[in-house]
Design a binder for this molecule. Structure first.
Ligand code: C2E
Ligand code: CA
Ligand code: CA
Length: 533
């Protein structure tokens, strides 16, 4: 039966336990939930007492911390991990990076970084196999001290993971000041309803982490639902009972050899010189500019056809004229307002922007939803620029203009012009002007198009007769009409079979005269005779 050791017992046994290997490491895998591959593992301290049985960190670590013993215990675990990695490497294995926990007490008046470096070099383990987990509570004793340790860890090449993010003390602001490489979000601190406040915290942390280009590991993941939810918001890395409890060295070694591995995806490559982290600081110049000096603007990622909005400014909301909040826009699927055609246009523009590295423009229609105004169909013009990328994810900055009114005006104009043309097509009327004194004829656009007439015909009607538009058996009659017009006959009309195909048209002339009644011009028209049955 395990017996929970008292403080006195722990302190009395500590030295011996450390020396004799009662204090040792177990390993919990970190998995990419999207691929099922292992990306690393965390070393967790265990104390197995020969008489009192298994002791758990939550009980004995606070005692070690209060008594200034945790430093030695942590170095002991670090050494155990180095020994394990050395053994794997010696035996030709390909280990995954192992994360070791650093207590906040390890940085006060200690040479933590120097000490672990000595151990690492002693065991000749490449630094890429070692990560250090720090907690944000380490900042309690002074931010400078922690920043200094982080700098030195980075100098030596260690990947630093921020442990227990979201446990309360942390804020997004801490993150932007601490240059950590990985964020660990503990699901247990955010348990309960994923759709509620916990979910909002999780999704904003994951969004911000993406923007910072920092991978996120969800830890304490016990259910498939939790893992799927995390994946749905773009966090694929999980650690927890769902995949594996912490395993003893032997079992872990076996698991590591059975599974495929993959590296954790590195931070996003930012193309411009802008400081991404500063976008999260409400008082930074970047935020000031983003909110005040540009028009409607959004920052979003594009991954395998999926769009995700990371940030939008107030003018963006104004442009699309919905009264929703930034958070509501961030939480919704940006494609939901697009139909297939407009989505294609927009995606093509993104692809162009990726290729050119330049600003690309497009105009698309989308439905904008709002609780109070219902649905609205709006047209936006976007100026899009890619500002960062990883192997499969792109970061974009887009400026947006609402051009719905402009578009509608144009459409109305276009529409009336189109209706007019459509109507005249339907009634099949050809028209022309005949100048009595010069015998010049000016055909309408349709005549030119359908009958291949030039804009001006001299000595009319002879060219039309020659071309066969007026067939020979009607030629004299038609010539005679023009004499009648010269003499002031005001109205002429007849059904004439026109063109070599002899299509029946209703042909008319109306004469225009000057004040004195002298003939000036005649207006001719030919309308297709439609059989009325
Ligand atoms: P931690 O660093 O957040 O470690 C994760 C803890 O969550 C571990 O508890 C692990 O066993 C547990 N855990 C993992 N998956 C699940 C899950 O799906 N559900 C639940 N409910 N729990 C899960 P453990 O090993 O008892 O460690 C507790 C804490 O003790 C650690 O929290 C860490 O803060 C500290 N600790 C452990 N090992 C060390 C160490 O070597 N050095 C220092 N300084 N602290 C350590
Ligand atoms: Ca940890
Ligand atoms: Ca943790």
């Amino acid at each position: 039966m395990d017996h929970r050791m008292s403080e006195q017992e722990l302190l009395a046994c500590f030295d011996d336990a450390l020396k004799s290997g009662q204090i040792y490491a177990v390993y919990q895998p970190k998995i990419n939930h999207a691929t099922g591959r292992m990306i690393g593992a965390e070393a967790l301290m265990r104390w197995s007492h020969p008489v009192f049985g298994m002791q758990y960190p939550s009980d004995f670590i606070p005692v070690l911390e209060e008594n200034d013993l945790i430093y030695r215990a942590d170095l002991g675990i670090f050494e155990a991990v180095c020994r394990f990695l050395r053994k794997c490497l010696d035996e030709g294995g390909a280990p995954v990076p192992i994360s070791v926990n650093m207590s906040r007490y390890d940085i006060y008046g200690k040479e933590y970084v120097d000490e672990i470096e000595k151990l690492r070099i002693n065991y000749d383990v490449p630094v890429k196999y070692l990560h250090i987990e720090v907690t944000e509570t380490s900042a309690i004793g002074g931010m400078e001290l922690l920043l200094d340790v982080l700098d030195r860890l980075h100098d030596k090449g260690y990947v630093v993971e921020m442990d227990d993010f979201g446990s309360g003390y942390s804020s997004l602001n801490v993150l932007k000041d601490l240059a950590v490489d990985v964020i660990k979000l503990d699901m247990r601190f955010l348990s309960g309803n994923i759709g509620g406040r916990g979910g909002t915290i999780i999704s904003s942390v994951v969004h911000m982490a993406k923007w910072l280009g920092t991978p996120v590991i969800a830890e304490g993941v016990e259910t498939l639902e939790q893992a799927d939810y995390m994946k749905s918001i773009g966090c694929r890395y999980v650690q927890g009972y769902l995949y594996s409890k912490p395993l003893n060295e032997e079992d872990f070694r076996r698991k590591m050899e059975q599974m495929d591995h993959e590296p954790m995806r590195g931070p996003m490559d930012l193309i411009s010189t802008l400081n991404a982290g500063k976008f999260w600081d409400p008082s930074s110049m970047e935020t000031l500019i983003f909110n005040n000096f540009v028009g409607g603007a959004a920052i979003f990622t594009y991954t395998d056809g999926k769009l995700e909005v990371l940030r939008i400014n107030k003018k963006y909301i104004k442009e699309i004229c919905t009264n929703v909040t930034e958070q509501e826009i961030i939480d919704s699927d940006p494609w939901s307002g697009f139909d297939a055609e407009n989505r294609r246009i927009y995606e093509d523009t993104l692809k162009r922007a990726i290729e050119s590295g330049d600003e690309e423009t497009c105009e698309v229609w989308r439905i904008s939803h709002s609780k109070t105004c219902g649905e609205d169909r709006i047209c936006t013009r976007s100026f899009i620029r890619m500002i960062g990328k990883t192997e499969d994810q792109y970061l974009f900055y887009a400026m947006i203009q609402n051009i719905t009114a402009e578009k509608q005006q144009y459409d109305q104009l276009y529409d009336s012009e189109r209706r007019f043309r459509f109507a005249s097509e339907q009634i099949n009327v050809y028209a022309w002007e005949y100048d009595i004194s010069s015998k010049e004829m000016r055909p309408c656009f349709r005549c030119m198009r359908d009958l291949h007439l030039p804009p001006l015909l001299e000595n009319y009607p002879e060219p039309a007769i020659e071309m066969g538009i007026f067939p020979p058996d009607y030629a004299d009659m038609y010539r005679d009409w023009h004499h009648q017009l010269e003499q002031g006959v005001e109205h002429l009309e007849a059904i004439i079979p026109l063109t070599p195909d002899r299509v029946p048209f209703h042909v008319r002339y109306t004469l225009e005269t000057d004040e004195a009644g002298r003939p000036l011009k005649a207006y001719g028209s030919a309308a297709l005779v439609v059989d009325k049955e």
